[in-house]
Write a protein that binds this ligand. Structure first.
Ligand code: PMP
Length: 440
């Protein structure tokens, strides 16, 4: 067994740095809403890992599912459909998806699920032009990264041609001065569509959106915006794709964001929240689209398509959400967390906005409420201090759209853990503000 010093050395010496900040410590284990580092310190995990562990880390149902898969099969030839995958496809169609979305394909990551969605839309329509939304994150693989705008695109060469970007709806920072969030969102959409129609080569394929733009700052579009997107897609013969990597399966207190907005896409991709921390993703579409692309030779044949291990876990996750009534719990716990954050906002000028749905919340930090200038330094200092005090939170800092914490604990989080987290946040904010005042 290597020593702790050796492992710290190895992490620095033998690993590629893959972006984002990494913590100075290494990590050993995770349970429920807590992660434990290599010193044995317990830290509240208010990001659910990478937004995946919705039923809590290492839930007994997941552990049992992995055990069962060990007795059945972890992996199979991709041309063999495991029984458990057929069972998961049934559950998806009958219990979780909007009525028209009955056909699923199961892969591993969100990036892949969006590759599939885009490939299906292109094959179905015969087009290649895709409209995406500013601030979105759909993944890092070729097609998915070409429709993503929340992180740096520089340095990787030419991305997929045919992508057009619409200005994202942002209720707190409307792009058009003098308009409220909804008016600005709808006007931006109208202008964006006019520009697209002007630029289009006449081969439109899809509009893709995260129904809640998460990495872009937890932006919740108005309902009218989602309805307008549906109409825009229909008018142009484009398919509407919802990327529900973060919003499906209870996170926002609904089965899906499609349910929340009352808008049904042609294709839905789901991932993070489906596998409870194991790599599982799916793309779901209508029988009609599936039939059409099948006839045209649709292929997405990967080593791990239809693998039984993640499917067994996915079934366990979906059953646990049902059995533990976690959708309702996300609503009530989400309101509680929101009320505690709103109370904090009454005491801190720097908390400009609290937003989100269910247990996917965003807290935007500003220099002051009048200017709404992003408080990047405060965000960095407070996040760091929270971690030292035992709370892990993710902050998104982009110069163009502010400094926003994304707060998304597991749906199983307890009220006392929320109290603990908000108390830590309170203290960290106070100390960071004092520190900044002292430095002036
Ligand atoms: N879609 C959304 C909305 C995401 O947030 C992410 C990951 N942050 C992805 C897709 C990509 O998923 P993955 O990292 O599993 O490829």
């Amino acid at each position: 067994m290597p020593t702790s010093t050796e492992l710290h050395f190895a992490a620095k010496e033998f690993m590629v740095r893959y972006g984002g900040d990494t913590f100075p410590n290494l990590f050993r284990s995770a349970k429920g809403a807590v992660v434990i580092d290599d010193t044995g310190r317990e830290i509240l995990d208010f990001t659910s890992g990478q937004m995946c562990a919705t039923i809590g880390h290492n839930h007994p149902a997941i552990v049992a599912a992995v055990q069962k898969a060990g007795e059945e099969a972890f992996h199979m030839f991709s041309g063999m459909i495991p029984e458990v995958v057929a069972e998961l496809a049934t559950t998806m169609a009958q219990d979780w998806m909007p009525e028209s979305l009955t056909k699923s394909i199961f892969v591993n990551t969100g990036s892949e699920s969006n590759e599939i969605a885009l490939r299906m839309a292109k094959m179905y329509t015969g087009g290649y032009e895709v409209l995406a939304v500013g601030g979105s994150w759909h993944g890092v693989t070729g097609g998915s990264s070409s429709v993503s705008f929340a992180s740096d695109r520089k340095g990787y060469g030419v991305s997929t041609p045919g992508v057009y970007v619409l200005p994202e709806p942002n209720d707190y920072r409307p792009y058009i001065k003098g308009m409220n969030g909804e008016e600005s969102a709808l006007t931006c959409l109208e202008i964006g569509l006019k520009m697209f129609d002007m630029a289009s080569s006449g081969r439109p394929a899809a509009i893709i959106i995260e129904p809640i733009i998460s990495a872009g700052g937890v932006l919740v579009p108005p309902k009218s915006y989602m309805q307008a997107l549906r109409k825009a897609a229909d008018e142009r013969g484009m398919l509407l794709i919802f990327d529900e990597a973060q919003t499906a399966f209870g996170r926002i207190g609904q089965r899906t964001a499609s349910d929340l907005f009352g808008v049904v896409p042609d294709i839905m991709s789901v991932s993070k929240t489906m596998g409870g921390g194991l790599p599982l993703a799916a793309t779901v579409t209508t029988a009609q689209i599936e039939q059409a692309v099948h006839e045209r030779g649709f292929t997405f044949y990967t080593s791990h398509v239809s693998d039984p291990l993640p499917a067994r876990v996915g079934l366990a996750v979906l059953n646990t959400i049902r059995n533990e009534d976690l959708i309702r719990r996300a609503q009530s716990t989400g309101s509680y967390l929101r009320s505690r954050l709103l109370e904090l906002q009454t005491r801190y000028e720097s908390i400009g906005d609290v937003r989100g749905e269910g247990l996917l919340l965003g807290v935007e930090l500003v220099a002051d409420r009048e200017s709404r200038n992003p408080a990047h330094e405060l965000g960095a200092l407070t996040t760091q201090r929270c971690f030292e005090l035992g709370l892990s939170m993710n902050i998104r800092r982009r110069p163009e759209r502010g400094s926003v914490w994304r707060i998304a604990p597991p749906l199983t989080v307890e009220h006392k853990q929320i109290d603990q987290a908000v108390d830590i946040l309170d203290r960290a904010l106070r100390e960071s503000l004092d520190k900044m005042a002292g430095a002036c």
